[in-house]
Design a protein around this ligand. Sequence first.
Ligand code: ATP
Length: 443
Amino acid sequence: MADTTLDKIVSLCKRRGFIFQSSEVYGGLAGAWDYGPLGVALKNNIRDFWWKEMTQMNDNIVGLDSSILMHPKVWEASGHVENFTDPLVDCKACRSRFRADQIDLDGPCPTCGNKGTFTEPRNFNLMFSTHIGAVKDEGSLIYLRPETAQGIYLDFKPVVQSSRVKVPFGIAQVGKAFRNEITTKFFIFRSTEFEQMEMQFFCKPGSDDQWFAFWREQRMEFYQKMGINPAKLRWHRHGSDELAFYAKEAYDIQYLFPMGWQELEGVHNRTDYDLTQHQKFSGKDLTYLDQETKERYIPYVVETSAGLTRNVLMALSDAYGEEQLEDGEERIVLRFHPKIAPITVAVFPLVKKDGLAEKAAALEKEMRADFATFHDQSGAIGRRYRRMDEIGTPYCVTVDYQTLTDNTVTLRYRDSMRQERVAIDNLVNKINYESRNYQRAEK
Ligand code: ATP
């Protein structure tokens, strides 16, 4: 049942242009994905919502876009060269490769069913490496960043020096990260190239527990504001066996994906570990001077680390529904919150003739300044509504014969399929109001 839903989402994504496999004509590349016209719109909307919630709604959070390529010492200092590894085993019979912590090493091979065929686990570093410059030697070795956070730590000092921020404050960043994952199953859930939305909050040692609690609450609220079903969200606290060696405390927000409960975002108390390490490895002073109390210290860091591309899969899974309609037909519907829907308003003429098509086209053009719009005049109106349901467009506007006499249109709601008459003069206000007050009825 669960896997069927994931398969259906994969198929819908391909059919309607949300997500394609990378390099498909060459047989694809494992763990690499392309976001098509609707997928990139969805991803950008989630990103923009996160960015606004972080940097616009908080006066003590600033943005950053740091480089993907960094000095190789960064990853020595952070511990990634030594510790960013997964235990890897191979099946000697069929050569399939697994993460040792994800299978039963005493059980049969999940691929070929043979028993007792696994190699001894060996550590495998997840960082992709490459070379900078013309000479490929050890001195030119660099890495593609496996997380965006380190760029934030390195820019902590320049941000303090150049902005008016004072501890406690945060730096937010959205960007690509790369991990040479051993297993890349579940569609885009675990990819080799993905995007993260990370915020590092710098606070005074001793106040970290309080900020940790604050950010946990904020992050759960974020998903509720995005319209995600709260029954499918939960906290998972890292036990001592899971806790990263530098972390004081860590919680994951998990979502009930079609394949089960899985991590969506991590909220971590990273202490002063990263800044202390960079101070040690660079020899530069990374302490903070509190201008008022004249105290000097290395701030503690509370990190909120969400996968943007994993959020896309979560949003699709949460929105996906199949419904049996009264006329016996079935509809597929993506019930996205209007804030993240790739298209907000579709405008249709009821029929193409008698000037309705021109009127609808003009109306759609007029609304472009306010919404992501779409115009479609081909096929029966019911079919056009279904196509919009399937890609999650919350509002459809239809221009009909009555429009020509009283300048009103039909506004049709995706979730309830209810229709009402609205004056064109009031249409933008009405849709803005509806989308701000949107509440999804859970099914
Ligand atoms: P896992 O244990 O699943 O490998 P992690 O605990 O290493 O993940 P973090 O390093 O905490 O993950 O990364 C923060 C967030 O980045 C995750 O919650 C997830 O949303 C996202 N993320 C991590 N790895 C991937 C990946 N390979 N593909 C897509 N998103 C990822």
